[in-house]
Design a protein around this ligand. Sequence first.
Ligand code: M6R
Length: 353
Amino acid sequence: DKGTYPHYMLKEMDEQPAVVRRITQKYENEAGQLTIDPAIQQAIQEADRLYIIAAGTSYHAGLIGKQYFEKLAKIPVEVHIASEFGYNMPLLSKKPLFIFISQSGETADSRQVLVKVKELGYQALTMTNAPGSTLSREADYTLLLHAGPEIAVASTKAYVAQVAVLAITAYVVADQPEIELKKELGIAANAIQSIIDRKEEFAKLAESFLATTRNAFFIGRGMDYYVSMEGALKLKEISYIQAEGFAGGELKHGTIALIEDGTPVIALATQKEVALNLRGNVKEVVARGANPCIISMEGMEEANDAITIPHVHPLLSPLAAVVPVQLISYYAALQRGCDVDKPRNLAKSVTVE
Ligand code: M6R
């Protein structure tokens, strides 16, 4: 039930702070420490490499998960698009563990990979929002996302839940994680709330940047690159604006040719060590006529930034940085008269390969 909300997507974006808090509670032991099922912890720790398999938004969450496992737990990770993995299987390590990330737990592309890896005798863990789903039943282990039902075709709160659960999992399996994750998740939840409370700003921004455009670019470096890909997918699927998410440094290797007078470029600048380079990329596109919209983070903001989000831990910045791009996409779709919750040609769960 969407209650008083005009769209499920809006309701689900609003739920995101509560989702992060709920996950923190669900993954807490009696002593208040973050924890996961010890059998899953052991399976991950015994693996010599993790293979994350997912599609769409869940794939974008997986790219962030790789950073968590590698940076916090020092476990090598490969992230693969489910539909490609079946016929483009990489050489596997000696003791792989497969992690399937799927909101619905029913995505056929992911399921065919799961069937294949089970046939090969490997262990699999499913991270899903749907207990009892096919991917959950057929894997050895399940970690739940606890996002509550997600109805809008465009995934929002499930993405935030996936990123949070990936962070918790990597943190728990890490030897000496260099982050106070529970505290930082609380800070991220508050940051999301304060962004959501500024909805009108995003509505206005969408109106001035995206009302009539045919295309748009999202750029970022590091963690922001992955959020850029997610931003582009969100905008494409609900507003039908052709959008692409790029690594800031990659644009000049070809795609910058597409920049014309007024082309919207949404630039994410939440990562301190690459902020200067990213701002350099913004200058490059502005010099070719682009209309920039910089989303920066407190402590790194500059005078003409369109949006500054509250400061969160750099590893958790996707949790906060994704919210402006979700909201901008939502308002762009709304203003362009699109069916936000049920975009054309799409189904909530994709059960064909
Ligand atoms: O249920 P899943 O997480 O397996 O779904 C994967 C994708 O189909 C899904 O994330 C899709 O990309 C969304 N519509 C994006 O908003």
